[in-house]
Write a protein of this length. Structure first.
Length: 435
């Protein structure tokens, strides 16, 4: 986790103190269940809670023990015994380290997902507000980076809203998939611990029992989780790149907010660069990169190995922290985005009406011209305009093959900008509902 791209609430999920607190809760809830079924004394379970519930675990002490034991869970249990006393002998009975580690990781991932879902909600709120604000603001749609046909800026934002709505649904599903608990003992057979313990711990920790674990929770669940984060990051990048393109000097249809006193360049005082959206592009690349080791972690040896462990210690915090930061930055970027309708109109007009070429093509075919001939008539009048040699509408009116089928009034009718926006309301209802 790099402090520059880290928000405190998400970072706290991955702090050692939080991890040890979760480990303790897993062990203590397991002790409760063991006491309930008569495996350990009920007083022992009560003592475990009473002695350590409000404890601040000594991270330095645990690290010191681990340097000797070379085992993180044993180091924690040793420290816990120093806090609890003799009743600590009833902790971890029938359990294996992965019962604690995997259940804890899934608790952390579900908590992280909850924050990320909240982040997406903020992005959605910003997109919706700005989309309705510019629902009917005309702008040019581009394919291959080239002027195509008119759209509205509200539609551009509606595209993004729909995409992040899908992102939210995927993240909710990924959260559900990873929210499992395994307290099944070595190789997952429950030989040394009753399945009722797992059921109790799962409920207490807000999880569900893993239907079948080996010694670990199957890593296909985690692969899907991190892959989902990667897809969301790609959506962040897509919108960021759109903003970067729109801020180019030659386009300048939208621009990142530039605050008082902000500097764009150490050398050129005039510069206002799209630094936030460029930053989001870079952060998105990192989140996607974390998906690959998560997928490679699926293939463990037999019932368990620890080849996944080192990767997860990095990708768990880093992927969630980075995406959390990126989503909140994106929400703020959209909220404050400067939008220039006059420049949008200027760019729309830049090709002298060529953006209406398809309407002319269709109108000619409806009046009897073959599609091949109609395309030829429109294109031969469009190409001079593309080169800056004349006005599209004027050229069309002088072309006898065109005027044979269309009157001057009918040609002019095809240049109605509003024609392109007649279904904007329909699209908005599909995306946003009836609101």
């Amino acid at each position: 986790m790099i402090p520059r791209y880290t928000r405190p609430e998400m970072a706290s999920i991955w702090e050692p103190q939080t991890r040890f607190k979760i480990w303790f809760e897993i062990e203590a809830h397991a002790a409760d269940a063991l006491a309930e079924i008569g495996t350990i004394p009920k007083e022992a379970a009560k003592t475990i809670w009473a002695k350590a519930k409000d404890a601040t675990f000594d991270v330095a002490r645990i690290d010191e023990i681990e340097r000797e034991t070379k085992h993180d869970v044993i180091a924690f249990l040793t420290h816990l015994a120093e806090i609890v006393g003799p009743e600590a002998r009833f902790v971890h009975q029938g359990m294996t380290s992965s019962d604690v580690l995997d259940t804890c990781l899934n608790v952390q991932l579900t908590r992280a997902a909850d924050l990320l879902i909240s982040d997406i909600d903020k992005v959605l709120a910003a997109l919706k507000k700005r989309a309705f604000e510019h629902k009917m603001t005309p702008t040019i749609g581009r394919s291959h980076g080239i002027h195509a046909e008119p759209v509205t800026f509200g539609l551009k934002l509606a595209y993004a809203y729909a995409e992040f709505s899908r992102a939210r649904e995927r993240l909710v599903a990924a959260r559900k998939e990873v929210a499992t608990c395994a307290i099944s003992g070595a190789v997952g057979t429950f030989a040394q611990i009753d399945p009722r313990v797992e059921e109790h711990v799962a409920k207490a920790m807000g999880l569900v029992p893993e239907p079948i674990s080996t010694q670990v929770i199957p890593r296909d669940r985690h692969a899907m989780y991190f892959a989902t984060l990667g897809v969301i990051a790609s959506s962040v990048e897509r919108l960021s790149i759109e903003i970067r393109h729109l801020q180019r000097t030659e386009v300048l249809e939208a621009e990142e907010f530039f605050s008082e006193g902000q500097k764009g360049s150490s050398a050129m005082p005039h510069k206002r660069n799209p630094v936030l959206s460029e930053n989001l592009t870079g952060l998105s690349r990192m989140v996607r990169a974390y998906a690959m080791p998560a997928m490679e972690n699926v293939a463990l040896w037999h019932e368990r190995d620890i080849s996944h462990s080192s990767a997860e210690r990095m990708i768990g915090p880093d992927a969630t922290v980075t995406l959390d930061f990126a989503l909140m930055r994106l929400a703020g970027l959209i909220e404050k985005l400067l939008i220039y309708p006059a420049n949008m109109q200027k760019n729309l007009d830049r090709l002298g009406g060529l953006v209406h070429s398809q309407r002319l093509l269709i109108a000619l075919t409806q009046k009897g011209a073959s599609r091949e001939d109609a395309y030829k008539y429109v294109q031969r009048n469009a190409m001079p305009v593309w080169r800056g040699e004349g006005d599209f509408q004027t050229l069309l009116k002088k072309d006898p093959d065109v005027t044979k089928h269309l009157s001057d009034a009918e040609i002019e009718e095809q240049f109605d900008l509003g024609y392109h926006f007649k279904h904007v309301d329909t699209i908005f209802k599909r995306v946003f509902g009836e609101s």
